[in-house]
Design a protein around this ligand. Structure first.
Ligand code: NAD
Length: 262
């Protein structure tokens, strides 16, 4: 595993699920961590304390709302003030909304695009000058299998995630000679709160139990018929942050149990 001691990371949406897994894996390599996301304040404080004591790194927290550009700029500034720089930027915050396109609520469309796509533009815009100054940076955008293919009833999410993959490529080209890489991670199914909500909604409709619906959901798209874990996504983020990955840029990396091979 690479030694990333002395680097500092901002991980949006890291109070649960994949973002939390990425934060823990980066911290295990010595990276200072700025957490972000919503949730119970005591649980977030406990997560901060646990990462600190498990890994001996500095940990901060910002409750910045990723749908609000001013707050996003505040998140990056807070991390720069606390750690001196933002070396690794992980754009992970995301929401889902499932509905046929002709019934899709307009405010849900706007929220999905803002949180899943535009927030990455705002964080990158704010963090990039510091990375350029240091001549080193890693931008890791958590896209999705839905950044590479579509499913019905997820128009905003699919549009946002394809947008994230495009943004990743464009940014990678702009900074290619400056020691900065930009890549996208494209997970298939990971059993997080975001997916639990979808399984519950489907189980309510089908009459199946949660566990049975979970099995049906994962086997529909995933050849391995299993979920990836937040820790596995975290380990890929660690690798993309390492010097071994300095020539890997502008690309989407699937971690999806074979979904994209079909
Ligand atoms: P999750 O619901 O467990 O975590 C989402 C995180 O984003 C939470 O920390 C939440 O507080 C935060 N968040 C939501 N809205 C926010 C806002 N407005 N401002 C700041 N933070 C906000 O979900 P997850 O599955 O861990 O999803 C993380 C990312 O991974 C998302 O971008 C999602 O699209 C992507 N993804 C998930 C899966 C999956 O199967 N779970 C698959 C592919 C991609």
């Amino acid at each position: 595993m690479p030694d990333l001691k002395g680097k500092a990371a901002v991980i949006t949406g890291s109070t649960s699920g994949i973002g939390k897994g990425i934060a823990e894996r980066l911290a295990a390599q010595g990276v200072d961590i700025m957490l972000n996301g919503f949730g119970d304040r005591d649980e977030i404080a406990a997560l901060e304390a646990k990462i600190k004591s498990d890994h001996g790194v500095r940990v901060g927290y910002s409750g910045a709302d990723m749908s609000k550009p001013e707050e996003i700029r505040g998140l990056i500034k807070q991390a720069q003030d606390l750690f001196g720089s933002v070396d690794i930027l992980v754009n992970n915050a995301g929401i889902q909304n499932v509905s046929p396109v002709d019934e899709f609520a307009e405010e849900r469309w706007d929220a999905v695009i803002a949180i899943n796509l535009s927030s990455a533009f705002h964080t990158i815009k704010a963090a990039l000058p510091g990375m350029k100054e240091k001549g080193w940076g890693r931008i890791i955008n958590v896209a999705s299998a839905h950044g590479l293919t579509a499913s019905p009833n997820k128009s905003a999410y699919v549009a946002a995630k394809h947008g994230v993959v495009g943004l990743t490529k464009a940014v990678a080209l702009e900074v290619a000679t400056q020691g900065i890489t930009a890549n996208a991670i494209c997970p298939g199914w990971v059993l997080t709160d975001l997916v639990r909500a979808q399984i519950e909604a489907r189980a309510n409709e089908s009459g199946r139990s949660f566990d049975e619906e979970k099995r049906v959901l994962v086997s529909e798209k995933t050849p391995t018929q299993d979920f990836s874990t937040p820790e596995q996504i975290g380990d890929l983020a660690v690798f993309l942050s390492s010097d071994a990955a300095s020539q890997m840029t502008g690309a989407p990396y699937s971690i999806d149990g074979g979904w994209m091979a079909q």
